[in-house]
Design a protein. Structure first.
Length: 273
């Protein structure tokens, strides 16, 4: 999916919602455990309930990798089930030396057909560039994350800048707004306006709303650009909104609340889509 297609999708759906399919088999409704593939059965129901309200699905691969081959099979079924035209994110946080990164990129772009993959930039330029070589695929680089440990490195002074600022500025030279996004945590609201000024044109993937307490209003106010420029992820707050046989209805209602709020912010900002 290219940038204009993503922007058009946001305009069409009046939404910049990303639903995180971080599916934990220990947390899904018990009645699904009788299915041959309980994780896929759960994901299928969530997708059916939310596909008209979101523009992206994010699959955190750790929840699938931990189950071995069965997990990878669930992941593949899930990606193949997501309707064409909805943006897909492999939240894999890969990052290694160049030839290994090339294989990671092939895994998620060629084998599993994701539109994008999250990448950790700690090893530098040559670990990121292989992901950027795939046309109409996206690299989503960790910028400033929401976890407590972001204080350990990202928010430390590195010369006359904070380390995350140095990383994001360098990465802007490696990719373009057409193939590079940044992860910016929702709970880092104090920095959002500054980061948007520093990185005016790139899309941000923003996790941390819902269960982690991030404010959709603050994100939208401080980080939206002329193309919206946001994919706001909610995982647990949507997929575990209910735990009974009607869990998908509860998930839809939760997603609808996000979508309606997003539509309000898009209209208030008069975004030039």
């Amino acid at each position: 999916m290219n940038r204009q297609e993503l922007v058009n999708l946001i305009k069409e759906k009046q939404s910049y919602l990303c639903v995180g399919l971080d599916t934990d088999i220990q947390k899904i409704p018990k009645h699904l455990l009788s299915h041959a593939d309980p994780v896929f059965a759960f994901n299928k129901a969530i997708i059916d309930a939310t596909k008209d309200l979101c523009v992206a699905y994010k699959i955190n691969t750790a929840f699938y990798e931990s189950m071995g081959i069965r997990g990878w099979e669930s992941l593949q079924r899930t990606v193949e089930y997501i309707p064409s035209g909805i943006f897909t994110i492999a939240d894999a946080k890969r990052g290694d030396i160049g030839n290994t990164s090339t294989q990671y990129a092939k895994t998620f772009f060629d084998t599993y057909k994701f539109d994008s993959v999250t990448v950790a930039p700690y090893m530098g330029k040559d670990s990121v560039l292989p992901f950027l070589q795939f046309p109409e695929k996206w690299t989503i680089l960790l910028g400033l994350t929401s976890n407590e440990g972001s204080q350990d490195f990202q928010l430390q002074q590195a010369g006359d800048e904070l380390l995350y600022e140095k990383v994001m500025k360098a990465a802007m030279e490696w990719g373009t707004p057409d193939n590079l996004m940044f992860v910016v945590g929702a709970t880092q609201s104090a920095q959002l306006a500054h980061i948007r000024k520093m990185v005016p044109n790139h899309f941000f993937l923003v996790p941390g709303v819902g269960a982690q307490g991030g404010s959709l209003q603050e994100i939208s106010t401080h980080a939206m650009n002329k193309d919206c420029g946001l994919l706001v992820n909610a995982s647990r707050a949507i997929i575990y909104a209910g735990n009974g046989e009607d869990f998908a209805v509860d998930a839809r209602n939760a997603a609808l609340q996000y979508q309606q709020e997003m539509a309000t912010y898009l209209n208030q900002a008069a975004v030039s889509l």
